[in-house]
Design a protein around this ligand. Structure first.
Ligand SMILES: Cc1cc2nc3c(=O)[nH]c(=O)nc-3n(C[C@H](O)[C@H](O)[C@H](O)COP(=O)(O)O)c2cc1C
Length: 472
């Protein structure tokens, strides 16, 4: 009875209010109408509007968590090519080989059972110990690797991870033999897609005793990441470092960079320094938190970075010698597959892994708190995070992803991930296809050249100019 009465009242008042608002919007001059706020927010975009107001209100640099919301890589323009007769699908029941070897020429190459691994996300400056352990346990369960990020060596992570890539970093926190000799691969971290080699600082007030110990910090000392690796100020210094790390450890030694238009130049220096792998992080890669300016406007998108890096390595005869690891904005098994076909030897996940480990525990803090507060070292609800449940959730995600990937491998007629290549892809935009050196899916293989010739002629005509000799 009371409920019915309440229901009638709310509906009545709500209805009245909505009518008034709509009439007011329709009647009032635009300049005097709240509708203009929607129009301005559409013009600036919701996020830009909010960030203008946040900068203006807070008066300090914004630190946006988990990367850009811009979609910089048009993965939806790529289509995988199923086969039936021109090549037969893989016989069902035949096991698809999903294994990957990182640094095949290293003394102790890193063998992964699946081509997806957990990227470097630092303990302390970013994630809590429990979150790092959850990531490591899940990686071990799936026979893949996880990565320390720019931190010291966390014993609990080393223990939980069968395969641990460690970042030789710009803070120097893992840069001593007692630490890097405990790793299964060493990644010299020069930069990342979200913010390049920007300097970063974690204030002492967020650093507890355990983190101080892992990072080797004094009480009251901030954790700082410089723009350069301490002691590496020239290409020669870099070469010496790669050589020393390889000789001292025997494990694959590689370098992580933010993808940029200098990609081939940077890869050239790294490859000639003797690295076993290159980690190319696309501009849409995430980070714990960084300025929207860096996250939205810095770096080459992942899709172009992978295609260019693969072409560079093949052109230098480095296919099967120097491994290409890539990531940044890869969220689905479809993204993983396309990135592998485009040329990555293995791909990594950051945001996706964090979202997976909190998936079954978000309700512990929702709807009032963001789920990241469960897994950040400075997270106010980190004590509520159950590492084993987090690990189980990520294992679920990776298992399902591999099931979906292997099912598609049958349809592609490819019995091994290592056999994926650009012939397994076509692109639905002629210019993106050209840039990625992929076939354009709009016309048959035999018509490709003719199509582009016509397209170019059309473009010249449109510009009302005579077509240049070379096109005739
Ligand atoms: C919480 C968090 C912490 C990160 N910490 C590091 C780090 O310490 N070192 C590093 O090279 N990259 C770091 N990254 C970037 C990732 O290694 C990776 O490049 C990026 O997350 C890939 O993009 P994705 O999140 O879209 O998969 C971090 C990313 C996140 C989300």
């Amino acid at each position: 009875m009371v409920w019915e009465w309440m229901n009638k009242l709310v509906r009545g008042v709500g209805n009245e209010g909505a009518d008034d608002m709509v009439f007011k919007m329709m009647k009032d001059k635009y300049t005097d109408n709240m509708l203009m706020v929607l129009s301005v927010m559409k013009r600036t975009s919701f996020f830009n509007a909010m960030e203008i107001w946040m900068r203006a209100t807070q008066g300090q640099a914004l630190e946006r968590p988990l990367g850009t919301h811009l979609r910089l890589s048009p993965w939806e323009l790529l289509a995988l090519n199923p086969v039936h007769l021109c090549r037969f699908p893989v016989e069902d029941g035949k096991k698809i080989d999903t294994g990957v070897t990182i640094g095949p020429l290293a003394e102790k190459p890193l063998e992964l059972k699946i081509p997806v691994y957990i990227t470097g996300m630092s303990y302390g400056s970013a994630l809590s110990k429990a979150a790092k352990v959850a990531l490591a346990k899940a990686a071990s369960k799936m026979g893949t690797a996880t990565n320390t990020g720019e931190a010291g060596l966390l014993p609990a992570e080393r223990e939980a991870a069968d395969k641990l890539i460690g970042q030789f970093n710009r803070g120097g926190y893992l840069n001593t033999p007692d630490k890097y000799k405990q790793l299964d691969a060493v990644e010299i971290q020069l930069g990342q897609g979200a913010q390049g080699a920007s300097p970063q600082r974690t204030q002492a007030k967020f650093i507890d005793e355990e983190m101080r110990e892992v990072f080797g910090l004094e009480k009251g000392q901030d954790a700082v990441l410089h723009t350069r690796i301490p002691g590496v100020n020239s290409v020669q210094d870099f070469r010496k470092l790669v050589k020393a790390l390889k000789e001292e450890t025997g494990v694959p030694v590689g370098v992580k960079i933010a993808a940029s238009h200098y990609l081939e130049d940077e890869l050239d220096i790294a490859v000639h320094a003797g690295v076993d792998f290159v980690t190319v992080d696309g501009g849409e890669g995430a980070t714990h938190a960084a300025s929207p300016t860096a996250e939205d406007h810095l770096g080459l998108p992942t899709i172009y970075a992978i295609a260019r890096a693969r072409r560079y390595l093949n052109g230098e005869g480095q296919k099967g010698r120097v491994s290409l690891l890539a990531g940044g904005g890869l969220f689905t098994p479809g993204h993983f597959l396309k990135a592998l076909a485009l040329g990555a030897d293995a791909v990594y996940i950051g945001t996706t892994a964090v979202m997976a480990i909190v998936s079954q525990q978000m309700v512990k803090v929702a709807p009032t708190e963001p789920p990241t507060q469960l897994v950040l070292h400075a997270g106010r609800f980190r004590e509520k995070f159950d590492a084993d449940l987090g690990a189980k959730s990520l294992v679920n995600f990776l298992k399902v992803s591999m099931d979906e990937i292997t099912a598609v491998m049958y349809a592609l007629g490819k019995p091994a991930i290592a056999q994926l290549d650009t012939d397994d892809l076509c692109c639905l935009d002629p210019w993106v296809a050209r840039a990625l050196h992929l076939a354009y899916g709009g016309v048959a293989p035999s018509e490709q050249e003719g199509y582009y010739r016509d397209l170019n002629v059309a473009r010249w005509n449109q510009a009302g100019r005579e077509e240049p000799q070379m096109l005739q």
